[in-house]
Design a protein around this ligand. Structure first.
Ligand code: CA
Length: 357
Protein backbone atom coordinates (compact mmCIF):
# COMPACT_ATOMS: atom_id res chain seq x y z
CA UNK A 1 0.00 0.00 0.00
CA UNK A 2 1.25 3.49 -0.87
CA UNK A 3 1.93 5.72 2.11
CA UNK A 4 -0.45 8.33 0.69
CA UNK A 5 -3.21 5.70 0.38
CA UNK A 6 -2.62 4.44 3.87
CA UNK A 7 -2.87 7.87 5.45
CA UNK A 8 -6.05 8.71 3.64
CA UNK A 9 -7.58 5.26 3.97
CA UNK A 10 -10.00 3.66 6.38
CA UNK A 11 -7.13 2.09 8.34
CA UNK A 12 -6.34 5.33 10.12
CA UNK A 13 -9.92 6.46 10.46
CA UNK A 14 -10.84 3.25 12.28
CA UNK A 15 -8.36 4.09 15.02
CA UNK A 16 -9.73 7.56 15.71
CA UNK A 17 -12.92 8.81 17.32
CA UNK A 18 -15.57 9.66 14.79
CA UNK A 19 -14.48 12.71 12.82
CA UNK A 20 -16.84 15.33 11.44
CA UNK A 21 -17.06 13.64 8.01
CA UNK A 22 -18.22 10.27 9.40
CA UNK A 23 -20.36 11.72 12.18
CA UNK A 24 -22.35 13.59 9.55
CA UNK A 25 -23.47 10.21 8.19
CA UNK A 26 -24.63 8.91 11.56
CA UNK A 27 -27.92 9.75 13.27
CA UNK A 28 -28.33 11.95 16.34
CA UNK A 29 -29.60 9.64 19.08
CA UNK A 30 -30.76 10.60 22.58
CA UNK A 31 -31.29 7.97 25.23
CA UNK A 32 -32.38 8.09 28.83
CA UNK A 33 -30.52 6.06 31.46
CA UNK A 34 -32.40 5.07 34.63
CA UNK A 35 -29.95 4.59 37.50
CA UNK A 36 -30.89 2.62 40.61
CA UNK A 37 -28.61 4.81 42.68
CA UNK A 38 -28.78 8.15 44.49
CA UNK A 39 -26.24 10.86 43.66
CA UNK A 40 -24.92 10.57 47.24
CA UNK A 41 -23.32 7.24 46.25
CA UNK A 42 -21.09 9.39 44.08
CA UNK A 43 -18.71 6.69 42.81
CA UNK A 44 -21.47 4.23 41.90
CA UNK A 45 -23.82 6.86 40.46
CA UNK A 46 -20.85 8.44 38.66
CA UNK A 47 -20.25 5.32 36.55
CA UNK A 48 -23.32 6.17 34.45
CA UNK A 49 -22.01 9.69 33.90
CA UNK A 50 -18.61 8.29 32.90
CA UNK A 51 -20.42 6.11 30.36
CA UNK A 52 -22.48 8.98 28.96
CA UNK A 53 -19.55 11.39 28.75
CA UNK A 54 -17.28 8.94 26.93
CA UNK A 55 -19.97 7.87 24.46
CA UNK A 56 -20.68 11.51 23.58
CA UNK A 57 -16.95 12.16 23.11
CA UNK A 58 -16.50 9.09 20.91
CA UNK A 59 -19.44 9.98 18.65
CA UNK A 60 -18.73 13.70 18.12
CA UNK A 61 -21.65 14.45 20.44
CA UNK A 62 -24.21 12.64 18.29
CA UNK A 63 -25.09 9.85 20.74
CA UNK A 64 -26.25 11.50 23.96
CA UNK A 65 -27.33 9.67 27.10
CA UNK A 66 -29.03 11.58 29.90
CA UNK A 67 -28.61 10.03 33.35
CA UNK A 68 -31.49 10.00 35.87
CA UNK A 69 -30.79 9.14 39.53
CA UNK A 70 -32.79 6.45 41.31
CA UNK A 71 -36.41 7.59 41.73
CA UNK A 72 -36.25 10.37 39.13
CA UNK A 73 -37.51 8.31 36.20
CA UNK A 74 -38.49 5.08 37.95
CA UNK A 75 -37.95 3.73 41.48
CA UNK A 76 -34.41 2.43 41.97
CA UNK A 77 -35.45 -1.20 42.20
CA UNK A 78 -37.54 -1.12 38.99
CA UNK A 79 -34.72 -0.36 36.55
CA UNK A 80 -34.65 -3.85 35.00
CA UNK A 81 -38.39 -3.64 34.23
CA UNK A 82 -38.09 -0.06 32.95
CA UNK A 83 -35.32 -0.99 30.50
CA UNK A 84 -37.01 -4.23 29.46
CA UNK A 85 -40.27 -2.46 28.58
CA UNK A 86 -38.56 0.54 26.96
CA UNK A 87 -39.52 3.19 29.54
CA UNK A 88 -35.78 3.95 29.45
CA UNK A 89 -33.46 2.77 26.67
CA UNK A 90 -30.77 1.90 29.21
CA UNK A 91 -30.11 1.64 32.93
CA UNK A 92 -27.48 1.17 35.64
CA UNK A 93 -28.36 -1.26 38.37
CA UNK A 94 -27.32 -4.47 40.15
CA UNK A 95 -28.50 -7.96 39.24
CA UNK A 96 -29.11 -8.98 42.85
CA UNK A 97 -31.87 -6.39 43.21
CA UNK A 98 -34.00 -8.71 41.06
CA UNK A 99 -33.56 -12.06 42.83
CA UNK A 100 -37.35 -11.95 43.40
CA UNK A 101 -37.67 -12.59 39.63
CA UNK A 102 -34.87 -15.12 39.43
CA UNK A 103 -32.12 -15.95 41.93
CA UNK A 104 -29.75 -16.58 39.00
CA UNK A 105 -29.61 -12.81 38.32
CA UNK A 106 -27.46 -12.51 41.46
CA UNK A 107 -24.52 -14.00 39.56
CA UNK A 108 -24.43 -10.68 37.67
CA UNK A 109 -23.72 -8.85 40.96
CA UNK A 110 -22.55 -10.97 43.89
CA UNK A 111 -23.52 -14.12 45.74
CA UNK A 112 -22.26 -15.02 49.25
CA UNK A 113 -18.83 -16.67 49.25
CA UNK A 114 -18.52 -15.88 45.54
CA UNK A 115 -15.89 -14.19 43.40
CA UNK A 116 -13.63 -11.24 44.20
CA UNK A 117 -13.75 -8.21 41.91
CA UNK A 118 -10.81 -9.49 39.89
CA UNK A 119 -12.31 -12.95 39.60
CA UNK A 120 -15.69 -11.50 38.64
CA UNK A 121 -14.03 -9.57 35.80
CA UNK A 122 -12.18 -12.72 34.74
CA UNK A 123 -15.40 -14.73 34.70
CA UNK A 124 -17.37 -12.03 32.90
CA UNK A 125 -14.88 -11.03 30.18
CA UNK A 126 -12.87 -14.21 29.70
CA UNK A 127 -14.67 -17.08 31.46
CA UNK A 128 -18.07 -17.23 29.78
CA UNK A 129 -19.90 -15.07 32.33
CA UNK A 130 -21.18 -12.41 29.95
CA UNK A 131 -22.46 -15.03 27.50
CA UNK A 132 -24.20 -17.05 30.24
CA UNK A 133 -25.84 -13.96 31.74
CA UNK A 134 -26.92 -12.54 28.38
CA UNK A 135 -28.86 -15.75 27.72
CA UNK A 136 -30.66 -15.14 31.01
CA UNK A 137 -31.22 -11.39 30.54
CA UNK A 138 -32.66 -12.02 27.04
CA UNK A 139 -35.75 -13.32 28.89
CA UNK A 140 -36.14 -9.80 30.29
CA UNK A 141 -35.52 -8.12 26.90
CA UNK A 142 -32.23 -6.67 28.12
CA UNK A 143 -28.55 -6.80 27.08
CA UNK A 144 -26.19 -6.35 30.02
CA UNK A 145 -22.62 -5.09 30.44
CA UNK A 146 -20.38 -5.11 33.52
CA UNK A 147 -20.76 -1.60 34.97
CA UNK A 148 -18.45 -1.23 37.96
CA UNK A 149 -17.40 -3.05 41.10
CA UNK A 150 -17.00 -1.85 44.69
CA UNK A 151 -14.45 -4.51 45.63
CA UNK A 152 -15.09 -6.59 48.76
CA UNK A 153 -17.59 -4.79 50.97
CA UNK A 154 -17.36 -4.53 54.73
CA UNK A 155 -19.39 -6.78 57.05
CA UNK A 156 -21.34 -4.02 58.74
CA UNK A 157 -21.71 -1.91 61.86
CA UNK A 158 -22.75 -3.41 65.20
CA UNK A 159 -23.79 -1.60 68.34
CA UNK A 160 -22.36 -4.48 70.42
CA UNK A 161 -19.56 -6.89 69.48
CA UNK A 162 -20.44 -10.35 68.12
CA UNK A 163 -18.34 -12.99 69.91
CA UNK A 164 -19.85 -16.12 68.40
CA UNK A 165 -22.75 -17.53 66.40
CA UNK A 166 -24.93 -17.43 69.54
CA UNK A 167 -24.77 -13.61 69.54
CA UNK A 168 -26.62 -13.49 66.21
CA UNK A 169 -29.81 -14.98 67.73
CA UNK A 170 -32.59 -12.42 67.38
CA UNK A 171 -30.16 -9.69 66.24
CA UNK A 172 -31.91 -7.23 63.94
CA UNK A 173 -29.64 -6.36 61.04
CA UNK A 174 -30.14 -4.30 57.93
CA UNK A 175 -28.90 -6.72 55.29
CA UNK A 176 -30.88 -7.27 52.07
CA UNK A 177 -30.74 -10.04 49.46
CA UNK A 178 -29.24 -13.50 49.75
CA UNK A 179 -26.95 -12.32 52.57
CA UNK A 180 -30.09 -11.53 54.54
CA UNK A 181 -31.54 -14.98 53.79
CA UNK A 182 -28.37 -16.60 55.12
CA UNK A 183 -28.34 -14.36 58.20
CA UNK A 184 -31.91 -15.53 58.89
CA UNK A 185 -30.75 -19.15 58.77
CA UNK A 186 -28.11 -18.24 61.38
CA UNK A 187 -30.77 -16.85 63.71
CA UNK A 188 -30.60 -13.12 62.93
CA UNK A 189 -33.60 -11.05 61.83
CA UNK A 190 -32.69 -9.40 58.51
CA UNK A 191 -34.25 -6.09 57.50
CA UNK A 192 -34.34 -4.35 54.13
CA UNK A 193 -34.00 -0.58 54.49
CA UNK A 194 -32.93 1.99 51.88
CA UNK A 195 -29.74 3.94 52.60
CA UNK A 196 -31.38 7.02 54.06
CA UNK A 197 -33.41 5.04 56.62
CA UNK A 198 -30.53 3.06 58.12
CA UNK A 199 -28.95 5.71 60.37
CA UNK A 200 -32.18 6.69 62.22
CA UNK A 201 -33.13 3.02 62.71
CA UNK A 202 -29.70 2.25 64.14
CA UNK A 203 -29.74 5.38 66.29
CA UNK A 204 -33.05 4.64 67.97
CA UNK A 205 -32.24 0.94 68.40
CA UNK A 206 -34.86 -0.36 65.96
CA UNK A 207 -31.98 -2.35 64.46
CA UNK A 208 -28.80 -3.63 66.17
CA UNK A 209 -26.56 -3.72 63.11
CA UNK A 210 -26.39 -2.58 59.50
CA UNK A 211 -24.29 -3.24 56.44
CA UNK A 212 -23.93 -0.71 53.61
CA UNK A 213 -20.85 -0.64 51.38
CA UNK A 214 -17.38 0.12 52.75
CA UNK A 215 -15.40 2.83 54.53
CA UNK A 216 -15.79 5.57 51.89
CA UNK A 217 -19.58 5.33 51.56
CA UNK A 218 -20.27 4.27 55.17
CA UNK A 219 -18.38 7.25 56.58
CA UNK A 220 -20.70 9.66 54.75
CA UNK A 221 -23.77 8.11 56.42
CA UNK A 222 -22.13 8.47 59.86
CA UNK A 223 -22.74 4.96 61.24
CA UNK A 224 -19.51 5.20 63.28
CA UNK A 225 -21.14 7.79 65.54
CA UNK A 226 -23.73 5.30 66.81
CA UNK A 227 -22.23 1.83 66.29
CA UNK A 228 -18.50 1.53 67.03
CA UNK A 229 -17.91 -2.09 65.99
CA UNK A 230 -17.05 -2.48 62.32
CA UNK A 231 -16.89 -6.05 61.04
CA UNK A 232 -15.14 -7.67 58.08
CA UNK A 233 -15.38 -9.24 55.60
CA UNK A 234 -18.74 -8.71 53.88
CA UNK A 235 -18.89 -12.40 52.98
CA UNK A 236 -22.11 -11.85 51.00
CA UNK A 237 -20.42 -9.30 48.72
CA UNK A 238 -16.83 -10.32 47.99
CA UNK A 239 -16.74 -8.43 44.68
CA UNK A 240 -20.17 -7.03 43.84
CA UNK A 241 -20.55 -5.90 40.26
CA UNK A 242 -22.96 -3.27 38.99
CA UNK A 243 -24.40 -3.57 35.49
CA UNK A 244 -25.49 -1.46 32.58
CA UNK A 245 -28.71 -2.63 30.94
CA UNK A 246 -29.79 -1.84 27.37
CA UNK A 247 -33.22 -2.57 25.90
CA UNK A 248 -32.72 -5.28 23.25
CA UNK A 249 -34.67 -3.47 20.55
CA UNK A 250 -32.81 -0.21 21.23
CA UNK A 251 -29.50 -2.10 21.07
CA UNK A 252 -30.36 -3.73 17.76
CA UNK A 253 -31.27 -0.31 16.34
CA UNK A 254 -27.90 1.28 17.13
CA UNK A 255 -25.34 1.89 14.35
CA UNK A 256 -22.34 -0.38 14.83
CA UNK A 257 -20.03 2.55 15.66
CA UNK A 258 -22.35 3.55 18.52
CA UNK A 259 -22.44 -0.01 19.82
CA UNK A 260 -18.66 -0.01 19.84
CA UNK A 261 -18.66 3.30 21.71
CA UNK A 262 -21.12 1.94 24.28
CA UNK A 263 -19.11 -1.21 24.81
CA UNK A 264 -15.78 0.54 25.32
CA UNK A 265 -17.30 3.23 27.55
CA UNK A 266 -18.98 0.57 29.70
CA UNK A 267 -15.65 -1.23 30.09
CA UNK A 268 -14.01 2.04 31.11
CA UNK A 269 -16.71 2.77 33.69
CA UNK A 270 -16.41 -0.77 35.00
CA UNK A 271 -12.67 -0.41 35.55
CA UNK A 272 -12.79 3.13 36.89
CA UNK A 273 -15.27 2.38 39.70
CA UNK A 274 -13.02 -0.26 41.28
CA UNK A 275 -10.01 2.06 40.93
CA UNK A 276 -11.90 4.85 42.70
CA UNK A 277 -12.98 2.59 45.58
CA UNK A 278 -9.48 1.15 45.91
CA UNK A 279 -8.10 4.69 46.10
CA UNK A 280 -10.74 6.17 48.46
CA UNK A 281 -11.47 3.32 50.88
CA UNK A 282 -7.98 3.13 52.45
CA UNK A 283 -7.83 6.75 53.75
CA UNK A 284 -11.50 6.54 54.79
CA UNK A 285 -10.76 3.45 56.90
CA UNK A 286 -7.84 5.26 58.56
CA UNK A 287 -10.10 8.23 59.37
CA UNK A 288 -12.73 5.94 60.91
CA UNK A 289 -10.19 4.08 63.05
CA UNK A 290 -8.76 7.47 64.07
CA UNK A 291 -12.21 8.32 65.46
CA UNK A 292 -12.30 5.24 67.69
CA UNK A 293 -13.98 2.70 65.42
CA UNK A 294 -13.08 -0.85 66.45
CA UNK A 295 -12.38 -3.32 63.66
CA UNK A 296 -13.32 -6.97 64.16
CA UNK A 297 -13.15 -10.09 62.01
CA UNK A 298 -16.38 -12.11 61.94
CA UNK A 299 -16.00 -15.04 64.36
CA UNK A 300 -14.93 -18.22 62.58
CA UNK A 301 -18.03 -20.16 63.68
CA UNK A 302 -20.21 -17.48 62.04
CA UNK A 303 -18.22 -17.66 58.79
CA UNK A 304 -18.29 -21.47 58.70
CA UNK A 305 -22.01 -21.67 59.45
CA UNK A 306 -22.74 -18.97 56.85
CA UNK A 307 -20.77 -20.80 54.16
CA UNK A 308 -22.49 -24.11 54.94
CA UNK A 309 -25.92 -22.48 54.77
CA UNK A 310 -24.98 -20.66 51.54
CA UNK A 311 -23.96 -23.73 49.56
CA UNK A 312 -26.96 -25.69 50.90
CA UNK A 313 -29.14 -22.88 49.51
CA UNK A 314 -27.37 -22.97 46.10
CA UNK A 315 -27.70 -26.75 45.81
CA UNK A 316 -31.40 -26.61 46.68
CA UNK A 317 -32.01 -23.77 44.21
CA UNK A 318 -30.16 -25.63 41.43
CA UNK A 319 -32.61 -28.54 41.85
CA UNK A 320 -35.69 -26.40 41.20
CA UNK A 321 -34.46 -23.48 39.05
CA UNK A 322 -33.01 -24.50 35.63
CA UNK A 323 -31.73 -20.95 34.97
CA UNK A 324 -29.82 -21.03 38.25
CA UNK A 325 -28.49 -24.54 37.60
CA UNK A 326 -27.35 -23.57 34.07
CA UNK A 327 -25.10 -20.83 35.43
CA UNK A 328 -24.23 -22.24 38.85
CA UNK A 329 -22.44 -25.43 37.71
CA UNK A 330 -19.97 -23.61 35.40
CA UNK A 331 -19.65 -20.65 37.78
CA UNK A 332 -18.79 -23.02 40.67
CA UNK A 333 -16.09 -24.75 38.61
CA UNK A 334 -14.65 -21.36 37.60
CA UNK A 335 -14.74 -20.18 41.24
CA UNK A 336 -13.13 -23.29 42.70
CA UNK A 337 -10.37 -23.31 40.08
CA UNK A 338 -9.71 -19.58 40.54
CA UNK A 339 -9.51 -20.04 44.32
CA UNK A 340 -6.89 -22.80 43.85
CA UNK A 341 -4.70 -20.41 41.82
CA UNK A 342 -5.23 -17.33 43.97
CA UNK A 343 -4.54 -19.20 47.22
CA UNK A 344 -1.11 -20.25 45.91
CA UNK A 345 0.34 -17.06 44.52
CA UNK A 346 -1.78 -13.97 45.21
CA UNK A 347 -2.51 -15.03 48.78
CA UNK A 348 1.18 -15.74 49.50
CA UNK A 349 2.17 -12.35 48.15
CA UNK A 350 -0.59 -10.55 50.08
CA UNK A 351 -0.09 -12.45 53.34
CA UNK A 352 3.63 -11.83 53.46
CA UNK A 353 3.38 -8.13 52.68
CA UNK A 354 0.38 -7.38 54.90
CA UNK A 355 1.13 -9.52 57.94
CA UNK A 356 4.81 -10.49 58.25
CA UNK A 357 6.84 -7.90 60.13
CA1 CA B 1 -23.70 -4.01 50.88
Amino acid sequence: MQRRDFLSGAGVAALLPLGAAQAADLPAIRWRLASSFPKSLDIIYGAAETLARRIAALTAGKFQIRVFAGGELVPGLQVLDAVGNGTAECGHSAGYYYVGKNLALAFDAAVPFGLTARQQNAWMYAGGGIEALRRLYAKYNVVQFPGGNTGAQMGGWFRKPIKSLADLKGLKMRIPGIGGQIMAKLGAVPQTLPGGDIYPALERGAIDAAEWVGPYDDEKLGFHKIARHYYYPGWWEGGPQLSFYVNQTSWQGLPDAYRQAFEVAAAEANQLMLAQYDAKNPPALLRLVGQGVQLHAYPKDVMLAARRATFALYEAEAKTNPDFAAIYRDWKTFRDTAFQWFKVNEAAYSNFNYFVK
